[in-house]
Design a protein around this ligand. Structure first.
Ligand code: F6P
Length: 319
């Protein structure tokens, strides 16, 4: 293989740029040309493709977002769209592709692989919702951004003796809320993987009030519902001056943490190694601090494993 492509797709995540840099430089180091495909799968169809040199990926390791841009592309979901994409790849002489994104993005990669075009995926999403990997690129940075925000909210919550209901992203996955809740000592953590009834939330809040606690932090994963509605329901049962903060897209931006940068370097390098070694249809993962690869089709039949131990620990520590 002498020419490969790289694209980012789905929601951007901190560490995507570091992964692009790792793919480009690991490939060039091995004598292979790399082409950046802009705007995700859309760029494959429109031919928005440019050769990347070592210096094109300089000064990006520390930057959030993605220099390759990202987009959701309906046309690529059709057979016609994919046929055009394959033509574009052939036109540029590209023989393999690295896709950095979430599980939706991998489905596109699988389709290309089935059409005879080798593709390798790197899990890049703040949600940490991909099976087979302990962490996705961007999760650690997003988590740290959330914690920084909650620490600040806690200052004002304490000063005004208020309750804060804080909603965080994560789509259908509660990992950002769970890890943030544990790291920040939240009273309650509401996540889609675990149904918690209002009674037990209120009971815990009231216990705190009896102990003289003057402020509360409740973290809600967006997959559970709107923080506003939860605030109303909780307030009706355990009255306290309450405010809602929806952290939203703030959590998706920012300079990647050291962990995400190192993970991006390891995953990017492994993706190139596999592609050049003739592998295809695989996703790079980190498990027990080892970089491994799984068959994407297998992964897509599985669900990201919920960490029951962390959830129980958070409950113990928020008695
Ligand atoms: O998948 C990343 C994510 O940020 C989710 O946490 C969130 O639900 C979604 O993307 C938001 O998507 P958009 O940026 O299209 O509003």
């Amino acid at each position: 293989m002498k020419k490969i492509g790289v694209l980012t797709s789905g929601g951007d995540a901190p560490g995507m740029n570091a992964a692009v840099r790792a793919v480009v430089r690991s490939a060039i180091y091995r004598g292979v040309e790399v082409y950046g495909i802009y705007h995700g799968y859309k760029g494959l169809i429109t031919g928005n493709i440019k050769k990347l040199e070592v210096s094109d990926v300089g000064d990006i390791v520390q930057r959030g977002g993605t220099i390759l841009y990202t987009a959701r592309c309906e046309e690529f979901k059709t057979e016609e769209g994919r046929a055009i994409a394959i033509e574009q790849l052939k036109k540029f002489g590209i023989e393999g592709l690295v896709v950095i994104g979430g599980d939706g993005s991998f489905m596109g990669g699988v389709k290309l692989t089935q059409l005879g075009f080798p593709t390798i995926g790197i899990p890049g999403t703040i949600d940490n919702d991909i099976p087979g990997t302990d962490f996705t690129l961007g999760f650690d940075t997003a988590l740290n951004t959330i914690i920084d925000a909650i620490d600040k909210i806690r200052d004002t919550a304490t000063s005004h003796e208020r309750r804060f209901i804080i909603e965080v992203m994560g789509r259908g996955c509660g990992d950002l809320a769970l890890w943030a809740g544990l790291a920040d000592g939240a009273e309650s953590i509401l996540i889609p993987e675990k149904k918690e009834d209002l009674d037990s939330i209120v009971e815990r809040l009231n216990r705190g009030l009896e102990r003289g606690k003057k402020h509360n932090i409740i973290i809600v994963a967006e997959g559970v519902g709107h923080a506003d509605e939860i605030a109303k329901a909780v307030k009706a049962r355990a009255n306290m001056d309450t405010r809602v903060t929806v952290l939203g897209h703030v959590v998706r931006g920012g300079s990647p943490s050291a962990f995400d940068r190192v993970l991006a370097a390891r995953m990017g390098n492994k993706a190139v190694e596999l592609l050049l070694g003739g592998d295809k249809g695989k996703m790079i993962a980190i498990q027990n601090n080892k970089i491994v690869a799984h068959d994407i089709l297998d992964l897509l039949t599985k669900k990201h494993e919920f960490n029951e131990n962390l959830y129980q620990l958070a409950k113990v520590l928020s008695i």
